[in-house]
Ligand binder design. Structure first.
Ligand code: 5AD
Ligand code: FES
Length: 351
Protein backbone atom coordinates (compact mmCIF):
# COMPACT_ATOMS: atom_id res chain seq x y z
CA UNK A 1 0.00 0.00 0.00
CA UNK A 2 2.60 2.49 1.17
CA UNK A 3 5.07 1.19 -1.43
CA UNK A 4 2.48 1.80 -4.13
CA UNK A 5 2.19 5.41 -3.05
CA UNK A 6 5.96 5.78 -3.36
CA UNK A 7 5.79 4.27 -6.86
CA UNK A 8 3.03 6.68 -7.77
CA UNK A 9 5.00 9.65 -6.44
CA UNK A 10 8.03 8.58 -8.45
CA UNK A 11 6.03 8.35 -11.66
CA UNK A 12 3.69 11.30 -11.30
CA UNK A 13 5.67 13.59 -8.99
CA UNK A 14 2.51 14.40 -7.18
CA UNK A 15 -0.02 12.91 -4.75
CA UNK A 16 -3.41 13.98 -3.46
CA UNK A 17 -3.70 15.43 0.05
CA UNK A 18 -5.12 12.15 1.35
CA UNK A 19 -2.32 10.17 -0.23
CA UNK A 20 0.34 12.41 1.26
CA UNK A 21 -1.17 12.01 4.70
CA UNK A 22 -1.42 8.26 4.30
CA UNK A 23 2.17 8.01 3.13
CA UNK A 24 3.66 10.25 5.81
CA UNK A 25 1.61 8.80 8.67
CA UNK A 26 2.02 5.22 7.43
CA UNK A 27 5.79 5.18 6.88
CA UNK A 28 7.78 2.31 8.39
CA UNK A 29 11.24 0.85 8.04
CA UNK A 30 10.51 -1.03 4.86
CA UNK A 31 8.93 1.90 3.04
CA UNK A 32 11.70 4.21 4.24
CA UNK A 33 14.40 1.96 2.79
CA UNK A 34 12.41 1.70 -0.45
CA UNK A 35 12.04 5.48 -0.63
CA UNK A 36 15.74 6.22 -0.01
CA UNK A 37 16.81 3.78 -2.70
CA UNK A 38 14.64 5.55 -5.23
CA UNK A 39 15.73 8.97 -3.95
CA UNK A 40 19.39 8.02 -4.47
CA UNK A 41 18.59 6.78 -7.98
CA UNK A 42 17.30 10.25 -8.98
CA UNK A 43 20.01 12.04 -7.09
CA UNK A 44 22.63 10.06 -9.03
CA UNK A 45 20.86 10.53 -12.33
CA UNK A 46 21.01 14.32 -12.12
CA UNK A 47 23.99 14.99 -9.86
CA UNK A 48 26.15 11.86 -9.93
CA UNK A 49 28.11 11.60 -6.72
CA UNK A 50 28.59 15.36 -6.56
CA UNK A 51 27.58 17.38 -3.55
CA UNK A 52 27.41 21.17 -3.88
CA UNK A 53 28.50 23.50 -1.14
CA UNK A 54 27.48 27.02 -0.23
CA UNK A 55 29.46 29.24 2.11
CA UNK A 56 27.11 30.72 4.67
CA UNK A 57 27.86 34.20 6.00
CA UNK A 58 25.68 35.12 8.96
CA UNK A 59 26.15 38.86 8.75
CA UNK A 60 23.70 40.17 11.37
CA UNK A 61 21.73 38.65 14.22
CA UNK A 62 19.61 41.73 14.84
CA UNK A 63 16.02 40.92 13.94
CA UNK A 64 12.79 42.88 14.15
CA UNK A 65 10.73 39.70 14.19
CA UNK A 66 9.69 37.62 17.13
CA UNK A 67 9.09 34.10 15.81
CA UNK A 68 8.37 31.83 18.75
CA UNK A 69 10.94 29.19 17.75
CA UNK A 70 13.94 31.32 16.93
CA UNK A 71 16.88 32.07 19.22
CA UNK A 72 17.59 35.48 17.67
CA UNK A 73 13.98 36.74 17.99
CA UNK A 74 13.84 40.34 19.14
CA UNK A 75 12.51 39.47 22.60
CA UNK A 76 15.56 37.42 23.46
CA UNK A 77 17.41 40.01 25.51
CA UNK A 78 20.16 37.51 26.26
CA UNK A 79 21.24 37.28 22.63
CA UNK A 80 24.46 39.22 22.08
CA UNK A 81 23.81 41.20 18.95
CA UNK A 82 26.38 41.82 16.21
CA UNK A 83 26.69 43.09 12.66
CA UNK A 84 29.53 42.39 10.26
CA UNK A 85 30.96 45.31 8.29
CA UNK A 86 31.09 45.23 4.51
CA UNK A 87 34.86 44.66 4.82
CA UNK A 88 34.32 41.69 7.13
CA UNK A 89 31.76 40.23 4.73
CA UNK A 90 34.17 40.58 1.80
CA UNK A 91 36.89 38.99 3.92
CA UNK A 92 34.62 35.95 4.49
CA UNK A 93 34.09 35.68 0.74
CA UNK A 94 37.84 35.83 0.16
CA UNK A 95 38.49 33.00 2.60
CA UNK A 96 35.60 31.07 1.09
CA UNK A 97 36.77 31.55 -2.47
CA UNK A 98 40.22 30.19 -1.61
CA UNK A 99 38.57 27.19 0.01
CA UNK A 100 36.66 26.43 -3.20
CA UNK A 101 33.23 27.94 -2.51
CA UNK A 102 31.50 29.33 -5.60
CA UNK A 103 28.24 30.27 -3.88
CA UNK A 104 27.99 32.67 -0.98
CA UNK A 105 24.86 32.91 1.11
CA UNK A 106 24.33 36.16 2.97
CA UNK A 107 21.96 35.33 5.78
CA UNK A 108 20.73 37.56 8.55
CA UNK A 109 17.84 38.63 10.72
CA UNK A 110 15.49 41.30 9.41
CA UNK A 111 17.74 44.18 10.38
CA UNK A 112 16.75 47.68 9.26
CA UNK A 113 20.27 48.98 9.87
CA UNK A 114 21.17 47.37 6.57
CA UNK A 115 19.19 49.72 4.36
CA UNK A 116 18.32 48.95 0.76
CA UNK A 117 21.29 51.07 -0.35
CA UNK A 118 23.74 49.32 1.95
CA UNK A 119 22.50 45.92 0.83
CA UNK A 120 22.73 46.79 -2.86
CA UNK A 121 26.25 48.07 -2.30
CA UNK A 122 27.29 44.85 -0.56
CA UNK A 123 25.68 42.71 -3.26
CA UNK A 124 27.32 44.57 -6.15
CA UNK A 125 30.71 44.62 -4.42
CA UNK A 126 30.66 40.85 -3.91
CA UNK A 127 29.62 40.26 -7.52
CA UNK A 128 32.37 42.60 -8.74
CA UNK A 129 35.06 40.77 -6.78
CA UNK A 130 33.72 37.29 -7.56
CA UNK A 131 31.92 37.37 -10.90
CA UNK A 132 32.18 33.61 -11.23
CA UNK A 133 30.28 33.03 -7.98
CA UNK A 134 26.58 32.87 -7.28
CA UNK A 135 25.24 35.10 -4.55
CA UNK A 136 22.28 34.01 -2.45
CA UNK A 137 20.38 36.28 -0.09
CA UNK A 138 18.47 35.08 2.94
CA UNK A 139 17.23 38.22 4.65
CA UNK A 140 13.54 37.66 5.10
CA UNK A 141 10.36 39.30 3.88
CA UNK A 142 10.76 42.43 1.74
CA UNK A 143 8.76 44.30 -0.88
CA UNK A 144 8.63 43.27 -4.53
CA UNK A 145 10.55 46.45 -5.39
CA UNK A 146 13.29 45.73 -2.89
CA UNK A 147 13.72 42.15 -4.11
CA UNK A 148 13.82 43.41 -7.68
CA UNK A 149 16.51 45.99 -7.00
CA UNK A 150 18.65 43.47 -5.15
CA UNK A 151 18.31 41.13 -8.11
CA UNK A 152 19.34 43.91 -10.44
CA UNK A 153 22.31 44.65 -8.16
CA UNK A 154 23.49 41.10 -8.84
CA UNK A 155 21.88 38.69 -6.37
CA UNK A 156 21.19 35.37 -8.08
CA UNK A 157 19.24 33.38 -5.53
CA UNK A 158 17.04 33.89 -2.49
CA UNK A 159 16.19 31.63 0.42
CA UNK A 160 13.00 32.20 2.37
CA UNK A 161 11.53 29.19 4.10
CA UNK A 162 7.76 29.18 4.25
CA UNK A 163 8.21 27.39 7.65
CA UNK A 164 4.80 25.69 7.47
CA UNK A 165 2.27 25.90 4.66
CA UNK A 166 -0.82 25.46 6.79
CA UNK A 167 -2.15 28.84 7.86
CA UNK A 168 -3.35 27.95 11.37
CA UNK A 169 -0.07 26.23 12.13
CA UNK A 170 1.84 29.23 10.80
CA UNK A 171 -0.05 31.41 13.27
CA UNK A 172 0.92 29.08 16.13
CA UNK A 173 4.60 29.55 15.31
CA UNK A 174 4.56 33.30 14.68
CA UNK A 175 3.26 36.48 16.31
CA UNK A 176 0.17 38.07 14.72
CA UNK A 177 2.11 40.66 12.71
CA UNK A 178 3.52 37.90 10.51
CA UNK A 179 1.14 36.35 8.01
CA UNK A 180 1.36 33.13 6.01
CA UNK A 181 -0.17 34.93 3.04
CA UNK A 182 2.60 37.49 2.89
CA UNK A 183 5.23 34.81 3.31
CA UNK A 184 3.88 32.89 0.35
CA UNK A 185 3.45 36.04 -1.73
CA UNK A 186 7.12 36.92 -1.13
CA UNK A 187 8.10 33.52 -2.52
CA UNK A 188 5.97 34.00 -5.62
CA UNK A 189 7.47 37.45 -6.12
CA UNK A 190 10.99 36.10 -5.85
CA UNK A 191 10.30 33.51 -8.51
CA UNK A 192 8.64 36.02 -10.78
CA UNK A 193 11.62 38.36 -10.55
CA UNK A 194 13.89 35.55 -11.69
CA UNK A 195 15.70 34.45 -8.57
CA UNK A 196 16.59 30.80 -8.13
CA UNK A 197 14.28 30.51 -5.19
CA UNK A 198 14.55 28.36 -2.09
CA UNK A 199 11.81 27.64 0.38
CA UNK A 200 11.59 25.10 3.19
CA UNK A 201 10.09 24.15 6.50
CA UNK A 202 10.95 22.85 9.93
CA UNK A 203 10.18 19.23 10.69
CA UNK A 204 8.58 18.50 14.05
CA UNK A 205 7.80 22.09 15.00
CA UNK A 206 5.29 22.33 17.87
CA UNK A 207 1.83 21.12 16.86
CA UNK A 208 2.89 19.76 13.48
CA UNK A 209 0.91 16.79 12.13
CA UNK A 210 1.10 14.69 8.95
CA UNK A 211 -1.79 16.80 7.64
CA UNK A 212 0.38 19.89 7.80
CA UNK A 213 3.34 18.15 6.22
CA UNK A 214 0.99 17.19 3.39
CA UNK A 215 0.19 20.91 2.97
CA UNK A 216 3.92 21.64 2.83
CA UNK A 217 4.39 19.13 0.02
CA UNK A 218 1.45 20.52 -1.91
CA UNK A 219 2.60 24.10 -1.51
CA UNK A 220 6.08 23.18 -2.73
CA UNK A 221 4.61 21.33 -5.68
CA UNK A 222 2.66 24.41 -6.65
CA UNK A 223 5.59 26.81 -6.16
CA UNK A 224 8.16 24.65 -7.99
CA UNK A 225 11.10 26.22 -6.17
CA UNK A 226 14.72 25.52 -7.08
CA UNK A 227 15.77 24.63 -3.57
CA UNK A 228 14.07 23.35 -0.44
CA UNK A 229 15.81 23.49 2.93
CA UNK A 230 14.32 21.38 5.67
CA UNK A 231 15.68 20.62 9.09
CA UNK A 232 14.34 19.39 12.41
CA UNK A 233 12.95 21.96 14.81
CA UNK A 234 15.43 22.21 17.68
CA UNK A 235 14.29 24.04 20.83
CA UNK A 236 16.16 27.12 21.97
CA UNK A 237 16.24 27.70 25.73
CA UNK A 238 15.42 31.43 25.57
CA UNK A 239 12.25 31.13 23.46
CA UNK A 240 8.58 30.37 24.20
CA UNK A 241 9.19 26.90 22.73
CA UNK A 242 12.07 26.10 25.10
CA UNK A 243 10.24 23.13 26.62
CA UNK A 244 8.79 21.74 23.39
CA UNK A 245 9.97 18.49 21.84
CA UNK A 246 12.31 18.71 18.86
CA UNK A 247 11.87 17.13 15.43
CA UNK A 248 13.37 13.72 14.69
CA UNK A 249 16.13 12.63 12.35
CA UNK A 250 13.89 9.87 11.08
CA UNK A 251 11.03 12.09 9.91
CA UNK A 252 13.39 14.74 8.51
CA UNK A 253 15.13 12.11 6.38
CA UNK A 254 11.82 10.70 5.19
CA UNK A 255 10.69 14.17 4.07
CA UNK A 256 14.01 14.69 2.22
CA UNK A 257 13.42 11.43 0.34
CA UNK A 258 9.87 12.50 -0.58
CA UNK A 259 11.09 15.86 -1.85
CA UNK A 260 13.69 14.17 -4.08
CA UNK A 261 10.98 12.02 -5.68
CA UNK A 262 8.49 14.85 -6.02
CA UNK A 263 10.98 17.15 -7.74
CA UNK A 264 14.02 15.10 -8.80
CA UNK A 265 16.23 18.06 -9.84
CA UNK A 266 15.72 19.94 -6.59
CA UNK A 267 18.66 21.40 -4.71
CA UNK A 268 18.25 19.86 -1.29
CA UNK A 269 20.58 20.79 1.54
CA UNK A 270 21.50 18.40 4.28
CA UNK A 271 21.19 20.99 7.01
CA UNK A 272 23.20 22.05 10.02
CA UNK A 273 20.16 21.42 12.23
CA UNK A 274 20.19 17.80 11.07
CA UNK A 275 23.91 17.62 11.90
CA UNK A 276 23.15 19.12 15.30
CA UNK A 277 20.71 16.46 16.50
CA UNK A 278 22.75 13.56 15.08
CA UNK A 279 26.54 13.47 14.65
CA UNK A 280 26.05 11.70 11.32
CA UNK A 281 22.93 13.67 10.41
CA UNK A 282 24.37 15.39 7.36
CA UNK A 283 25.69 12.11 5.93
CA UNK A 284 22.30 10.53 6.49
CA UNK A 285 20.64 13.48 4.74
CA UNK A 286 22.78 12.96 1.65
CA UNK A 287 21.99 9.24 1.71
CA UNK A 288 18.29 10.09 1.84
CA UNK A 289 18.52 12.22 -1.32
CA UNK A 290 20.00 15.61 -0.33
CA UNK A 291 22.77 17.08 -2.51
CA UNK A 292 23.93 20.32 -0.90
CA UNK A 293 25.81 21.28 2.27
CA UNK A 294 26.05 24.79 3.66
CA UNK A 295 29.00 25.18 6.00
CA UNK A 296 29.63 28.39 7.85
CA UNK A 297 32.06 31.09 6.69
CA UNK A 298 31.23 33.59 9.42
CA UNK A 299 34.18 34.75 11.54
CA UNK A 300 34.57 32.42 14.55
CA UNK A 301 34.17 35.46 16.84
CA UNK A 302 30.46 35.73 15.97
CA UNK A 303 29.56 32.09 15.30
CA UNK A 304 28.16 31.35 18.72
CA UNK A 305 25.99 34.45 18.59
CA UNK A 306 23.99 33.34 15.57
CA UNK A 307 22.25 30.81 17.72
CA UNK A 308 18.88 30.00 16.16
CA UNK A 309 18.61 26.86 18.30
CA UNK A 310 20.56 25.16 21.10
CA UNK A 311 23.82 23.27 20.55
CA UNK A 312 24.33 24.41 16.96
CA UNK A 313 27.41 22.65 15.57
CA UNK A 314 30.59 24.16 14.10
CA UNK A 315 30.52 27.29 16.26
CA UNK A 316 34.17 26.84 17.25
CA UNK A 317 35.57 25.78 13.90
CA UNK A 318 37.36 27.86 11.28
CA UNK A 319 35.92 27.84 7.76
CA UNK A 320 38.85 25.76 6.54
CA UNK A 321 38.21 23.14 9.22
CA UNK A 322 34.56 22.83 8.18
CA UNK A 323 35.55 22.50 4.55
CA UNK A 324 38.02 19.72 5.35
CA UNK A 325 35.59 18.07 7.70
CA UNK A 326 32.84 18.01 5.09
CA UNK A 327 35.23 16.82 2.38
CA UNK A 328 36.08 13.90 4.61
CA UNK A 329 32.48 13.21 5.58
CA UNK A 330 31.26 13.23 1.97
CA UNK A 331 34.15 11.05 0.78
CA UNK A 332 33.38 8.67 3.60
CA UNK A 333 29.97 7.93 2.07
CA UNK A 334 31.15 7.85 -1.54
CA UNK A 335 30.35 11.43 -2.56
CA UNK A 336 32.53 14.33 -3.63
CA UNK A 337 32.29 17.94 -2.49
CA UNK A 338 32.77 19.95 -5.69
CA UNK A 339 33.96 23.46 -6.50
CA UNK A 340 30.98 24.61 -8.51
CA UNK A 341 28.25 27.27 -8.40
CA UNK A 342 25.77 24.43 -8.22
CA UNK A 343 22.92 26.03 -10.14
CA UNK A 344 19.56 24.33 -10.57
CA UNK A 345 19.89 21.90 -13.52
CA UNK A 346 18.86 23.58 -16.80
CA UNK A 347 18.32 26.86 -15.02
CA UNK A 348 17.69 29.42 -17.68
CA UNK A 349 19.51 32.54 -16.55
CA UNK A 350 17.42 35.42 -17.73
CA UNK A 351 19.98 38.02 -16.81
N1 5AD B 1 15.09 25.00 15.12
C1 5AD B 1 15.32 24.67 13.84
N2 5AD B 1 15.37 25.56 12.84
C2 5AD B 1 15.20 26.85 13.16
N3 5AD B 1 15.18 27.94 12.39
C3 5AD B 1 14.98 29.01 13.18
N4 5AD B 1 14.85 28.63 14.46
C4 5AD B 1 14.98 27.28 14.48
C5 5AD B 1 14.92 26.29 15.49
N5 5AD B 1 14.69 26.62 16.76
C6 5AD B 1 15.27 27.88 10.93
C7 5AD B 1 14.06 28.53 10.28
C8 5AD B 1 14.67 29.65 9.46
C9 5AD B 1 16.09 29.19 9.26
C10 5AD B 1 17.07 30.26 8.97
O1 5AD B 1 16.41 28.55 10.47
O2 5AD B 1 13.41 27.60 9.43
O3 5AD B 1 14.02 29.88 8.24
FE1 FES C 1 32.20 22.28 10.70
FE2 FES C 1 32.59 19.58 10.57
S1 FES C 1 31.51 20.90 9.21
S2 FES C 1 33.52 21.06 11.90
Amino acid sequence: MILELIDKLEKQHQLTREEWIRLIAGRDEESTAYLFEKARYWQHKYFGNQVYSRGLIEFTNYCKNDCYYCGIRRSNRKAERYRLTKEQILECCKTGYTLGFRTFVLQGGEDGWFTQEKLEDIVSSIKECYPDCALTLSIGERSFESYKRLFEAGADRYLLRHETAENNHYRKLHPPELSPENRKQCLRNLKEIGYQTGTGFMVGSPGQTPEQLAEDMMFIHELQPHMVGIGPFVPHHETPFAKEKGGTVELTLFMIGLLRLMQPKLLLPSTTALGTIDPLGREKGIRAGANVVMPNLSPTTVRKKYELYDNKICTGDEAAECRMCLNRRMEGIGYELVTDRGDYPDYNKNK
